[in-house]
Design a protein around this ligand. Structure first.
Ligand SMILES: NC(=O)c1ccc[n+]([C@@H]2O[C@H](COP(=O)([O-])OP(=O)(O)OC[C@H]3O[C@@H](n4cnc5c(N)ncnc54)[C@H](OP(=O)(O)O)[C@@H]3O)[C@@H](O)[C@H]2O)c1
Length: 328
């Protein structure tokens, strides 16, 4: 069964691996496989499902499809589940369809609740920092989400450290405790570590749930020799670009060689690495099939990576080389 970790200094426990619905749960995807992944994940103790207003394609369809599966099969288990959503990326046409105004954030949350047919979500995030809206306005919208009963907790995603610190201070002044932060984090993108964000979050008692721990699939053996058909980098609606894969291929091959020496697949090495990093509460993985999901969950049963292995990985992909929070 999946182990759980406490989310910062809060009462909420989250599974070490959470399931994200960014890709593979939209109207363009296989509905039967999507349903099977959600049900199988829950059966295996994955109590946390990470969504956003814009997940699909088309935008909104992942929430709609999740709502359908939830009401068909999981409604009786609502209090055993943590359901998260976000607002901030482009969702609908016109000037109110994105970013951090109260207008966008609260209308988007209401739309998300309607699509999922839920009265509240467990965690509601500001999905990205807005350079033009006063931070106080975005944080006041998050506070309203909690105070009006539409969300139990709030979180922030991809905010750079100084803005994160200011946002957390504003939320606390408004009487709302920020529960969680959501950055990208993998051995190929050590941004939250390199910028000191993880150290600061730990001091503040705020959890960190990291996304794309497999770097969108780059940390699986599939890209060692090119771009295979059907992979995210080969699909027109996928966010992973061929150029991103090619830029990382040397590191991917070197990490793959370490995994081969250990007799494990590259994705197990990558997942174990993130699980062992300081400040990490949970990993949000993506999966396209039930087989991928089960394969990834098997990483939870592996022994910890040794100091020698960690040092070898560090030499291939040092933290200082990591750049930015760039995923949508
Ligand atoms: N806050 C934010 O801005 C933000 C941004 C990005 C993501 N997220 C969250 O994080 C979640 C995870 O992101 P992600 O999908 O990029 O995570 P990921 O786990 O790094 O990549 C998932 C992809 O890797 C491939 N894969 C996974 N397991 C595999 C296996 N065992 N064997 C072979 N291939 C495998 C699949 O792609 P193929 O199609 O190639 O098989 C799968 O869709 C999202 O769903 C979302 O909830 C949040």
């Amino acid at each position: 069964m999946t182990p759980y970790r406490r989310c910062g200094r809060s009462g909420l426990l989250l599974p070490e691996i959470s399931l994200g619905l960014w890709h593979n749960f939209g109207d363009v995807d296989d509905a039967n496989e999507a349903r099977a992944m959600i049900l199988s994940a829950f059966d295996k103790g994955i109590t946390h499902f990470d969504l956003a207003n814009n997940y699909g394609p088309p935008p909104g369809s992942a929430e709609k499809n999740f709502g359908t599966i939830f009401h068909q099969d999981l409604a009786a288990h609502r209090d055993e589940m943590v359901i998260s959503t976000k607002a901030g990326h482009t969702m609908w046409p016109g000037v109110y369809g994105e970013w951090g105004s109260r207008k966008h954030v609260l209308a988007s949350l209401d739309q998300s609740l309607q699509r999922m047919r839920l009265p509240y979500v467990d965690i509601f995030y500001s999905h990205r920092p807005d350079p033009d809206t006063p931070l106080e306005e975005t944080m006041s919208a998050l506070a309203t989400a909690v105070q009006s009963g539409r969300a139990l907790y709030v979180g922030l995603s991809k905010y750079p450290l100084p803005m994160l610190q200011e946002a957390v201070g504003l939320l606390r002044d408004m009487g709302v405790r920020p529960l969680i932060y959501q950055p990208p984090y993998s051995i190929l993108n050590r941004w939250p570590e390199a910028t000191g964000i993880h150290t600061w979050l730990e001091q503040e008692g705020i959890g960190s749930i990291v996304f794309s721990p497999l770097a969108q699939g780059m940390l699986t053996p599939k890209y060692v020799d090119g771009i295979p058909a059907g992979s995210r980098a080969a699909r027109p609606e996928g966010f992973l670009q061929e150029a991103q894969v090619l830029a990382q291929q040397e590191k991917i091959r070197a990490l793959h060689a370490i995994a081969c020496e250990l007799g494990i697949p590259l994705h197990h090495l990558a997942l174990r690495w993130v699980l062992q990093q300081q400040g990490v509460t949970s990993l949000i993985i993506g999966a396209r099939t039930v087989a991928q999901l089960h394969d990834n969950l098997a990483a939870l049963d592996l022994p910890a990576l040794s100091a020698d292995v960690l040092a070898a990985m560090d030499r291939i992909a040092p933290a200082e080389a990591s750049s930015k929070a760039d995923n949508g």
